[in-house]
Design a protein around this ligand. Sequence first.
Ligand code: MGD
Ligand code: MGD
Ligand code: MO
Length: 700
Amino acid sequence: MPSIPVFCGKDCGGDACPLLAVVDEGHVTRVVNNPAGGKFLKGCRRGFNLPLEHYAPDRILTPLVRTGPRGSGQFRPVSWDEALSVTAERLAEIRARHGAAAVMNCSSAGSLGALHSTPALSNRFLNLFGGCTRLTGSWSNGAARFVLPYLLGEEWSVAGFDAATMQYSEMIILWGANVLETRLGCEVPQRVMEARRRGAEVVVIDPRRSATAQHAATWWIQCRPGTDVALMVAVLYVLITEGHINRSFITSHSVGFDRLERYVVGEDGGVPRTPAWAADICGVPAQEITRFARAYAAARPAMLLPGYSIQRVFAGEESFRLTVALQVATGNFGQRGGSTGAINSALPVPRVGRLEVPACPDQPVVPVVRWAEAILQGRDGGYPSDIHAVYLMGSNVLNQSNDVRKSAAALEKVDFVVCHEMFLTPTARYSDVILPVASALEKEDIGIPWLGNYLLYKPQVVPPRGQARNDYDILCDLADCLGFEPAFSGGRSAAEWIDHFIAESEVPDPDEFRRTGIYLAPDQERVGLADFAADPWRHPLSTDSGKVEIASERYEREHGFPAIPTWQSPPEDTRFPLRLITPKSPYRTHSQGSNLPDIRRLAPHALTMHPDDAASRGLADGDLVRVHNAHGETHIRVRLSEEVLPGVVCLLEGIWTELDGSGVDLAGSANTLTGTRGTAPAVACIMHAVGVEVERSAHA
Ligand SMILES: Nc1nc2c(c(=O)[nH]1)N[C@H]1C(S)=C(S)[C@@H](COP(=O)(O)OP(=O)(O)OC[C@H]3O[C@@H](n4cnc5c(=O)[nH]c(N)nc54)[C@H](O)[C@@H]3O)O[C@H]1N2
Ligand SMILES: Nc1nc2c(c(=O)[nH]1)N[C@H]1C(S)=C(S)[C@@H](COP(=O)(O)OP(=O)(O)OC[C@H]3O[C@@H](n4cnc5c(=O)[nH]c(N)nc54)[C@H](O)[C@@H]3O)O[C@H]1N2
Ligand SMILES: [Mo]
């Protein structure tokens, strides 16, 4: 049976995993690891489950036009001609009446690759259309991205590391990073497990016994959600007061550590931020904090790998300022087997062509977490435009962004919504036109990894089902209706673009690349900012001082927040004392697969709660509960487990919302409970450590 190289191309932290599709008489029977990826580059169950998605009986196979009210799910099948001409007419009409900025691009990363990238395709299309209102920031790491340039200058974007360098680490600290399940690169799980086998200390800091805490950790530190900053400050306290910090490295590589030091030891007029101080906040015993700080100081080198979870909380900006400060203080910054403590996936990828997005000057922008508010409030509410249409490609925005009810109201308000989708998602139900898209197995592309120095190739494995088409071809036809097809396509078909991208790449043998499905660049052991670490005079950073700005005057000046990172107590609301976390499921990329019974069966959806919290509320395992706060409410079964700390409840993100007539969710969808305020000053989303209360559901 032929085996054909393939990858998912999804936004799942490893969107380029080398896989093989096994095809029997035109049918994909299995997806397995591609041996050309070697011992360390491996796929996960989401990739192996691609056929479930591809062959799903509920895939949308014809264009649809809405017939019932938004959200009702009532549509009629139409021809491609009709769907495209309706879409082009409505968009042109709105542009003529209100200007191109009246269209908001709410696309997301449903598909990634050199060509079939929903973010790049949608921006290219809408910029040529005349512009649109664009969303800025990131669901993923908005707070980290916002703050890191102040510490590291432009070099924040090359401060990651190659996973192969984990072989040199004596200690690996996975701080809010569940790398075995929540992927951050397809090589990391194998490298962490190898490090553990060879005797490295693997410290996992997570309020929940994640798979990584269970299988990879040699030491699991259970910290209350949203309190990592306090823990980091107390670790610094031990390092400073016990003389474990590397003063010469700090002096040669950073500025402002002295200010942070004064804060930590309490010479700023505050209390000394001792382990006992932190223990009260984060629930980690003081002795354990001290023990961890000493072990961290003794390990040479120590790699600190922060997950994004620790910055998707109140004052999330502060956590990545401190992970960097910790790696500088211990001299692990920029060392092989160490890390900068910044975003781990920030390193260049091999040279390859990609679809370009033409610039669009003076484009109105809105922080991603505020997209719905910008629609609901418009110019009168201080937003830059009044939105009349929403364009959606590769996005389940209603489900995946904060405050589902607000998102639904926003999609109800606008005049026109169009989406490119495979499934009738909660977002698609609010669309006027749905354009059916090809699956990952149905399109040729080049895969560009989040983390790693390699490229992948996949041909079209099978032809599209029904009338599905790839996003690129759809947009070419839509651009044709609107009169800018030549500019959009550049005169190339999808296949011609791929040829062109490979010709522009550093891949030495294109035939070999197409045959094996993978190109590994020569250097697999890159260490971000190693040059600067080795010689800060010859390789200064682009910050004002040329060094890491542990204290940033510029940050203080521009945003009015302290120049050094500090612990900021989150607002407390005694009505909602439990802290909700909403991490990723190992079986889904965000909401993808929520509709597939075979995937649902693998892990029945439930709210995880500590037995003590259940006992004090009179709840038993399996009870239907009402989880609620000021943003909304959801009804879901409760699962009792000591996996989570007392005071913490966990609801995996991504389950499709099912709103009843009064806006109550009956499916356990996480974002019915999250708000749109965001962090300050970054305005990044808050999706962990959210206050909620739980009680028995009246629906039971
Ligand atoms: N399986 C799977 N993997 C994915 C994705 C997916 O959808 N599915 N999505 C990808 C994408 S787009 C992104 S941006 C990344 C996101 O990666 P992250 O944001 O890092 O992922 P999460 O799963 O939210 O959280 C990781 C771990 O942190 C823990 N955690 C939650 N809150 C806190 C806290 O306050 N402190 C500490 N110390 N730990 C906390 C959670 O219990 C979880 O085990 O993941 C990528 N990987
Ligand atoms: N509560 C909570 N919410 C979260 C998070 C969290 O940790 N907790 N994580 C956040 C993060 S990090 C992220 S990145 C966002 C992700 O938010 P989204 O990107 O909106 O999430 P997905 O559910 O992956 O939605 C992608 C959609 O694209 C569709 N799709 C798949 N392939 C294609 C294709 O080839 N073309 C097109 N046009 N569509 C395709 C899928 O069917 C799916 O509906 O969610 C955020 N939301
Ligand atoms: Mo993300």
